[in-house]
Ligand binder design. Structure first.
Ligand SMILES: [Zn+2]
Length: 312
């Protein structure tokens, strides 16, 4: 690991000013001998903790319930990113406001793990947004994709920290077994919803990977990013859909303002329809410990339960 840190220092020496804290980084890492990982979202932080366990120190930027689409790095975040041994992010534009700094770090030779790089080409979903094809970053909502992301993460960690490779591989193998069970669980639960009722309506378009993997149709008021605004047209369009398909419930998200979904319910009711709030889905961030949704597995399971109970 010391060798690795020295090589990062050598690279950073070429980048005037950027890694001025390199000496400090070496001494920090030497205190407990662990690599420091900076993750951008609760999903990547959870993955890092599961696979890298007690071998690394994890600092996460967008905490529980925080929207990564609009998150802007603080001065402290930038310092943490610059000092990190490894940076881990989702990619496909999810962390829109952090993209520049992450790309910059990659160019400077830092160890950067982009989760989206592990998505097999045939599984990538691209959406036409105003005439431009945009890759959907919500890759965690297909459990088989997340399993590939875990494998990609573990492979990179073995490369950066070969001393602990056996531990990363063992943790990956155990986790992938749990993910196989989770995938089977979600598939089975979705079957409980009558075919005609398998329509999931949410605040923003975060569930297309779930739709594709588990045979459910999705629609949302906003596009792929929460940064897009929902207009009257979007509300009208979804109102018609809810009425035509007699959809029983729609859902709010933990990272989005619930008001827009309330106005959708009111619009449906004004037209004589009957739709209720199905509950709060965890979309782009995990919850805190008290929420009981503080891990990836708990969130995927909890979301599936909520969807099935409200729509079946
Ligand atoms: Zn999103």
């Amino acid at each position: 690991m010391i060798k690795k840190l020295l090589s990062v220092c050598a690279i950073s020496a070429l980048c005037a000013g950027v890694f001025s804290s390199c000496t400090e980084k070496k001494s920090e890492a030497a205190i407990d001998g662990k690599l420091s990982l900076v993750t951008t979202t609760t999903y990547t932080a959870d993955l890092a903790r599961v696979i890298a366990g007690d071998k690394v120190n994890v600092t996460n930027l967008c905490g529980p319930g925080v929207d990564p689409h609009t998150y802007v790095a603080t001065v402290g975040d930038v310092a943490a990113i610059e000092k990190a041994d490894v940076l881990v992010y989702i990619g496909f534009g999810l962390e829109a406001q952090l993209d520049k700094i992450l790309t910059g770090m990659k160019k400077r030779g830092a160890n950067v793990i982009c989760s989206a790089d592990s998505v097999r080409a045939h599984k990538v979903i691209a959406v036409d947004e105003d005439g431009e094809m945009v890759k959907d970053p919500h890759i965690w909502n297909d459990v088989t994709i997340w399993s590939d992301v875990a494998a990609g993460f573990a492979a990179k960690m073995c490369e950066y920290d070969p001393v602990n490779a056996a531990s990363y591989k063992a943790n990956l193998a155990a986790y992938q077994k749990e993910l196989v069970e989770l995938d089977i669980y979600v598939k089975a639960r979705m079957q409980e919803i009558p075919v005609g009722s398998r329509v999931l309506i949410t605040a923003h378009d975060a569930f297309s990977y779930m739709a594709k993997a588990y045979g459910i149709e999705v629609d949302a008021l906003q596009g792929l990013s929460t940064a897009t605004e929902a207009g009257t047209k979007d509300v009208m369009k979804l109102t018609e859909k809810i009425l035509a398909k007699r959809i029983k419930a729609i859902f709010v998200e933990n990272i989005a303002n619930p008001d827009t979904m309330q106005s959708l319910i009111q619009a449906v009711q004004a037209k004589g329809g009957d739709v209720k709030m199905g509950g709060e889905l965890y979309s782009d961030a995990l919850g805190d410990e008290a929420s009981g949704r503080d891990t990836y597995i708990k969130v995927i399971k909890g979301n599936a339960q909520l969807i099935v109970e409200a729509l079946k």
